[in-house]
Design a protein around this ligand. Structure first.
Ligand SMILES: CC(=O)N[C@H](C=O)[C@@H](O)[C@H](O)[C@H](O)COP(=O)(O)O
Length: 228
């Protein structure tokens, strides 16, 4: 048994301020911990959170597993881009560390496998590989990832992101990988969550649709005459 078993068949709520708005008023560890506590009260089996301060605050506030990541820098690879970031978020209390496992160059010139090795050497945290393609999922498992998530599908090329989740990538990863596959990225409603579990998802991660008043309000005001 490990924390991935605790997440099986569950909803994971991603409690993060909006990355593209430095003035998001939700950018506060206390606030994120309260959001996480509400999500767990509502039935979340796990929480995903960004940065050591939020991870520590959330670990203290909820009894469920916390997947930590560390968004940093302005390079293409910004989700836990280096082994140092991974170790810091593990030391902050994350039982699982989410790391970009795409095939893009990393800011320190090292590899995803280096990050896995560093975590194995210095912490008990499990490694969740955030990928955008089947090939990246296969490579992540070869590099030692404990689980894979579809997090980065739709985010590796410039331009507008797709609206909906990538259920096709999810199904293909589920069919090929010997590790749990998490559905993440643009899941907004119960129908999409049901389809992800039907496709074999180990767990489904939902972020902004639950945890960002800023994101939700910006979407709703597009239908309001005075904001057009
Ligand atoms: C691409 C990227 O940076 N993804 C990040 C991963 O941690 C978050 O900003 C996601 O938006 C979140 O985890 C999932 O949120 P939603 O369910 O709203 O897609």
């Amino acid at each position: 048994m490990n924390v991935l078993d605790d997440l099986a068949g569950g909803l994971i709520v991603s409690c993060q301020p909006l990355p593209d708005d430095p003035d998001d008023p939700m950018r506060d560890p206390y606030v994120q911990a309260r959001v996480a506590a509400a999500a767990v009260r509502g039935g979340a089996a796990g929480i995903r959170a960004n940065g050591p301060a939020d991870v520590t605050a959330i670990r203290a506030a909820v009894p469920v597993p916390v997947i930590g990541l560390y968004k940093a820098g302005s390079a293409d690879v910004f989700i836990t881009p280096t082994a140092a970031h991974a170790l810091e978020v593990a030391a902050a209390g994350a039982q699982v560390v989410a790391v970009d496992a795409t095939d893009r160059p990393r800011p320190d010139g090292r590899t995803f496998a280096d990050t896995v090795r560093a975590l194995r050497a210095h912490s008990d945290a499990l490694v969740l590989a955030d990928v955008s393609t089947v090939a990246e999922g296969l490579a992540a498992v070869d590099a030692g990832a404990d689980a894979v998530a579809t997090t980065l599908s739709g985010y590796t090329s410039p331009g507008r992101h797709p609206d909906g989740p990538d259920l096709d990538l999810l199904a293909r990863l589920v069919g090929l990988l010997p590790v749990p596959v998490l559905a993440e990225g643009r899941y907004r409603d119960a129908g999409q969550i049901s389809r992800a579990f039907a496709a074999g998802a180990h767990a489904v991660v939902v972020g902004n649709a639950v945890t960002s008043p800023l994101w939700i309000t910006r979407r709703l005001v597009t239908a309001v005459p005075r904001h057009r």
